[in-house]
Design a protein around this ligand. Structure first.
Ligand code: SF4
Length: 330
């Protein structure tokens, strides 16, 4: 009898990752409280997979992305990349791993140095990692520009000479320079016109197919990630509240917050059966998060239990790959 194949280990595994920033207050700027931007996130990302990470502004999703690529040193938890805990590495030990995890930023204007040519910007990772001589770098830069749909002449121009969509292509070319395994895409199309968004999303999908990339795709609304994600994680106040295959999440969302986010997506509904769920109040401060379930002040289903007991993230009954953090089986 054949032995069943061992499950493939995840490319990335987060174990209880926390990122708490000290809040300095008072005359002597003492740190007495902390902002719990990321408050115990555990999840996995498989090779070749796109995991969407969705939540409102300030929920901690960008901070989590920066922890993964180690632009932040997490306060606690493990960030296992191919089994190595990046959170435990110092800067020198981290350097060889940085090439495997790159980030595409939301605002291509701010993330590209305006005083450098596009060629210099895209070649920067080669310089930092000491790869190739000037001629080799130039060749590789031209290859990368071609891959993202920009002409060779772009290398000698400056970022301000390009449109928003083209600047994002430059940012993607730079992120690809060191042939990473994982790209953390932090709202990569949010700053772009709607007509350009699909071009950049299609480019990311093509590159994934061609290069076998994995993506953590961060967005603040579910409409953007729908067509690019294999699975989607919903984040609220620094925690994951629902995680499921994309189809299951759109077809049968279980957490009240996910339902509210989904109801906000405009779509033709000729029968008028879908009701918009308007959440009351603002997202609470991560400096002073609510007791119990962090969503309870805004949840239409909250009970007394929700106010005192935080729900664990657990599989929905009969759906082992659909996890949700809610006391009720909605
Ligand atoms: Fe709402 Fe309670 Fe579920 Fe939290 S645990 S989402 S407050 S029903």
């Amino acid at each position: 009898m054949d032995t069943p194949a061992a499950p493939t280990p995840p490319l990335l595994q987060l174990d209880d990752v926390q990122m708490h920033f000290p809040v300095r207050e008072g005359l002597f700027l003492r740190s007495t409280r902390s902002c719990r931007a990321v408050d115990g996130v555990s999840l996995q990302l498989r090779a070749g997979e796109t995991l969407g990470l969705v939540g409102e502004s300030g929920c901690g999703k960008s901070t989590l992305g920066k922890c993964i690529v180690r632009l932040h040193q997490p306060t606690a938890g493990r960030i296992l990349f191919e089994g190595t805990d990046l959170a435990a590495l110092g800067q020198a030990a981290l350097k060889p791993w940085r090439r495997h995890l790159q980030m595409v930023f939301q605002d291509p204007v701010e993330s590209l140095n305006a005083r450098h040519t596009v060629g210099e910007i895209v070649a920067e990772p080669f310089v930092i990692h000491g790869e190739g001589d000037a001629r080799e770098r130039r060749e590789r830069v031209l290859g990368l520009l071609d891959k993202v749909g920009l002409p060779a002449a772009a290398a000698d121009r400056y970022p301000f000479e390009f449109s928003g969509g083209q600047r994002q292509r430059i940012g993607i070319a730079r992120a690809l320079a060191l042939r990473p395994r994982l790209l953390v895409c932090d709202e990569p199309v949010s700053a772009l016109d709607v007509s350009i968004q699909s071009q950049v999303l299609n480019l990311l999908l093509e590159l994934q197919r061609e290069l076998g990339l994995s993506y953590l795709f961060i967005a603040h609304n579910l409409a953007v990630v729908k067509h690019v994600s294999d699975r989607i994680a919903i984040m609220y106040l620094g925690r994951i509240v629902e995680l499921a295959p994309a189809d299951a999440l759109y077809a049968a969302p279980r957490h009240p917050y996910t339902r509210a986010l989904l109801s906000a997506i405009p779509r033709p509904d000729p029968r008028g059966t879908r009701e918009r769920i308007v959440l009351q109040g603002d997202v609470p401060s991560p400096i002073n998060p609510p007791s119990g379930c962090p969503f309870h002040p805004r949840c239409p289903h909250a009970t007394d239990r929700c106010r005192v007991e935080a729900p664990a993230l657990r599989p929905a009954p009969g759906h082992p790959d659909h996890t949700v953090s809610c006391h009720l089986d909605l």
